[in-house]
Write a protein that binds this ligand. Sequence first.
Ligand SMILES: CCCCCCCCCCCCCCC/C=C/C(=O)SCCNC(=O)CCNC(=O)[C@H](O)C(C)(C)COP(=O)(O)OP(=O)(O)OC[C@H]1O[C@@H](n2cnc3c(N)ncnc32)[C@H](O)[C@@H]1OP(=O)(O)O
Ligand SMILES: Cc1cc2nc3c(=O)[nH]c(=O)nc-3n(C[C@H](O)[C@H](O)[C@H](O)COP(=O)(O)OP(=O)(O)OC[C@H]3O[C@@H](n4cnc5c(N)ncnc54)[C@H](O)[C@@H]3O)c2cc1C
Length: 629
Amino acid sequence: MVSRNRSQVKDHLGSKVLNHPELRNTKATEYMSHEEKYRYNLSRATAMLKLIDEEGMDVNEISKVMSHTVSGFTTPDGNPLAVHQVMFVPTLMNQADDDQVSRWLGDVFNGTIVGTYAQTELSHGTFVRGLRTTATYDPASRTFDLHTPDVSAAKWWPGGLGTTANHAVVMAQLYTDGQPRGIHPFMVAIRDRETHRPLPGITVGEIGPKLGQNTLNNGYLLFDHVKVPRENMLMRNARVNEDGSYTKPSHQKASYGTMVFTRVAIALDTVDALQIAATIAARYSIVRRQGEPRDDGQEPQIIDYQTQQLKVLPHIAACYVLRASTARLWEHHTHVTSEVRGGDTALLPELHATACCLKALVTQDCSEAIEALRLSCGGHGYMTASRLPALYAYATAGATYEGENTVLLLQTARYLVKQAGGSHAPPAAGSAVTYLSRPADDTPFAVGSPAAYVAAVGRVARGRVTEVAAALQADRQTMPEADAWNQSLVQLVAAALAHGRYFVVREFAEVVSQQSSSRAIQQMLQLLFSVYLAHAVSRAEGDFITYGGLTPSDIRLNRRHLLRLLAELRPHMIPLTDAFDLPDRLINSTLGAWDGDVYRRMFEQASHSPLNTDEVPASFHQAMLRSKL
Ligand SMILES: CCCCCCCCCCCCCCC/C=C/C(=O)SCCNC(=O)CCNC(=O)[C@H](O)C(C)(C)COP(=O)(O)OP(=O)(O)OC[C@H]1O[C@@H](n2cnc3c(N)ncnc32)[C@H](O)[C@@H]1OP(=O)(O)O
Ligand SMILES: Cc1cc2nc3c(=O)[nH]c(=O)nc-3n(C[C@H](O)[C@H](O)[C@H](O)COP(=O)(O)OP(=O)(O)OC[C@H]3O[C@@H](n4cnc5c(N)ncnc54)[C@H](O)[C@@H]3O)c2cc1C
């Protein structure tokens, strides 16, 4: 099938999903039991999987229909097949060799094999090298013995593992010839394909309720000396031969490839959640009137309060800016992956550093923004039916899974300090870190000039990175490496975030400069960019004085400038959120529907409460009698 890019597929596939016979009729799930919710979300997830198969979708198309915009409609409580689709299948495609791909992929695509990605254990998530599930090769039987040494090494968290998957890619410590060889992926059958009962030696189940996404179906898994054929180690990178001899991968972290992909997907996808939240808050802020009536006799729309503008509008600008950089990262990942498959891993270190940094920056910004947008809707934002709590629960999970954000930022910082110290291979042309080896951009700061802001953001990144690199270097002379590193952790994280911010604003500067189809669009993009930049400065004023070359007077001017820009943006707020092109059924919020009929919708949703079915619910009398009141 011809590959179509993300924006081109939106309408075509969006309407296919919305009008699909098994998906178009939705039910409210708030009052369902855990089991009923799972059944509802699983049957819809299965229909989606069939649709993906029938349409022969490519990865860009799948990314669209699996995006939070669409999956909030298909699987509102979490997709029990998300990890199958987003991690299990890509792991097979990229880490299985050609024979293995042809052996398994037919069954994966016809739905006979449903998988998960089982890496995290009860006692180890972050420190992957510390995982304790073992896979010990026995040349006599040509099998691996998969074993969980004790309960703390139980796999814990994998999505879909609870009750859905019958296979798992298990990340385990490989032993051959009595030698530890590090973490490698193994394809393991965990449930019978016919009966779905756990196979011998396997203990598996669901881990229990969470802050959100309760039908992701996260599970636990233990192995009691389970025998797995040699051919089930994924062998595109490292190999174990029949006699037990071991061939190393071309890159030491080749087996971490799925994590890089998923970080890129999460960064892209969390912006979808922010777009939905921003649309809800924008629409509600127009409809909601409260306060002393003005000259026209009407109470003011809450968006006309300056404080409300600050709560809502910068996040609309962020949707545009973060969408551009995450989309670029997605394209870059596709390019680097094809290079890596061809044996060239030169671009991998920087891709890893950028994916870590953007996943962390975007999930942090988006979860903070969604919480601010929820608060901007006052009491009604606290209601489940506003959809804002679920959007927050989704975005904040992204700050933890696929690499806890602090830990990922430290990976980026490690790359940056090496670049700043010249101890890494020099960056390739077009690299995002060349600024570290060049003199600082001394464009003077001027309020109102986006180029001057971008230069200042660059000086902050450069200043943060070079300062912490120097501190680390000095500490290394006087203390062990681990202590020196620990001594600088907070500054390293700040440096990585500053680098991420610079990456994001440079990407958007390019988008603005390349936009040539319409003068009006370019002006609007410039306004959005100015809001984003002024807001970025206002959130980190200390950094901009310390490293960015701004004076206290610049800071004061920027504060006023930001508020003026917000007033300028305010009339465009609704068109800018309408442009996200989100139909009401995808937004699914009492507060965020297109017609603004908020109060009627709130009453309508209250009518679904089971406690309103009878005037006096039977449970009231039962509880009162039991407590003898
Ligand atoms: C088709 C689908 C489309 C989808 C569309 C959108 C839908 C999106 C929906 C999203 C739903 C997603 C559901 C998600 C479910 C969640 C799943 C999970 O959470 S799976 C588990 C994830 N776990 C982690 O991420 C663990 C985090 N920890 C690590 O990754 C590692 O432990 C570490 C990187 C922190 C450290 O690794 P370690 O081996 O200890 O390495 P060092 O720190 O010593 O570094 C050595 C060297 O290696 C380099 N390195 C590290 N990682 C990589 C990598 N991945 N790639 C390349 N290089 C790497 C590191 O930089 C060092 O380099 P050096 O040159 O030596 O400095
Ligand atoms: C909803 C959800 C779905 C998930 N799905 C899957 C899945 O499908 N498959 C799977 O394998 N896993 C999955 N996970 C697990 C997830 O990947 C881990 O929880 C995540 O990687 C964080 O690891 P951790 O829990 O060990 O956190 P910890 O590392 O224990 O983090 C706790 C604190 O310690 C700090 N910390 C830890 N190490 C360092 C360090 N070196 N330097 C500084 N600070 C440090 C962290 O910053 C954090 O503040 C899922 C998790 C969630 C929440």
